[in-house]
Design a protein around this ligand. Sequence first.
Ligand SMILES: Cc1cc2nc3c(=O)[nH]c(=O)nc-3n(C[C@H](O)[C@H](O)[C@H](O)COP(=O)(O)O)c2cc1C
Length: 380
Amino acid sequence: MVDDGAFIAAARKARRRLPRLLADYIDGGAHGERTMARNRNSFAQWGVVPRALHDVSGIDLTTRCFGRTWKLPVFLAPVGFAGMFHHHGERGAAHAARSRGVGMAISTFAMAPMEKVAATGADVMAQIYVLRDRALTRDMLARAEACGITGIILTVDTAITPVRERDVRNGFRHLSRPTVLQVAGLLNHPAWVAGLLRSGMPVVGNINAYTTVRNVMGQARDVAAKIDPTLDWDDLAWLRETWRGTLVVKGVMCPEDAVRAADAGADGIVVSNHGGRQMDPAPATLDVLPGIAAAVGERLDIMLDSGIRRGADVVTALALGAHAVSIGRPWAWGLAAGGAPGVAAALDALAQETRDVMALAGLCDIAAVRAAGQKALWRF
Ligand SMILES: Cc1cc2nc3c(=O)[nH]c(=O)nc-3n(C[C@H](O)[C@H](O)[C@H](O)COP(=O)(O)O)c2cc1C
């Protein structure tokens, strides 16, 4: 397993609590999982320079990104099927986000409908795909607007879903017709099963209305097949005209695409390789960040994800041009291991470490980290 940093204990606990096929679904990546490893290795190549004799009695982590203000520069990335990891589900994660003053994305494949997640009062954004049938996409946008969601995140690195070898081994995508072995594997985790069945058979609540299938994996397969693989930059322009709120494009990995997103009127981008779950091998997000920040840093807010596990990773990403970062697996592990308090613990661990690193680097707030840039860092 790659270095899971501050989250080793939560990841281990999640692995014990969950059936193997779900734990592998969270942990795994595409093909040879080289991108996943590269994401971590890239952070390991940077150090933060200790600075002496600065007044660091007040470290302020307040962050502005995508027109929002958060208490930490850490956002909860969209994670599909989170309601399968723990019965607190996406609503539990949203409560944790709210309690810690950070934002969160609701995956298209959330088990809880976006309306219920938004009702927690957390600062949520809706992650969307553009479906072949634009009426369905329009419906998602209308639902978001109706429940007070003011920002959407369009994921653009999923024109296809590549082979994820762990999922293939476990038969994850064929769970609608489970084998005897799969059923035995699920029943081996009674606490998880009892939690899951508290409110009946699970369905992917956020997309329930867009499919007639009524089992989780069947629903996911059906709606995933409706994602429009012909999507191009003209469609982004269409989305910009259709959606008046904040529009963020997730999955940008090169300066040329970042400039096109800015030209199409996006408000922000997420530099992301989907945590190594899509293109393999792809560059690490940290490695492409400086070029992207140089190209569009003045025009767009930039969030970075894929491999953030430590406070030092947060500081490094901000110093290299990100306005904020997001985490996927760390909050999924936290949720699986301990429900909403587990997600809060993941955020607390990152906040504490980020504060430590900033204090020892003589950097009192996020603006100082960003202004120091590479001067705050050391490349090993
Ligand atoms: C279990 C899992 C499910 C995910 N589901 C989605 C999704 O539905 N939509 C999306 O845009 N990204 C999804 N992602 C990608 C995350 O939003 C994020 O880009 C990635 O997890 C960041 O890398 P990290 O896990 O190393 O922090 C998922 C990631 C994981 C681990």
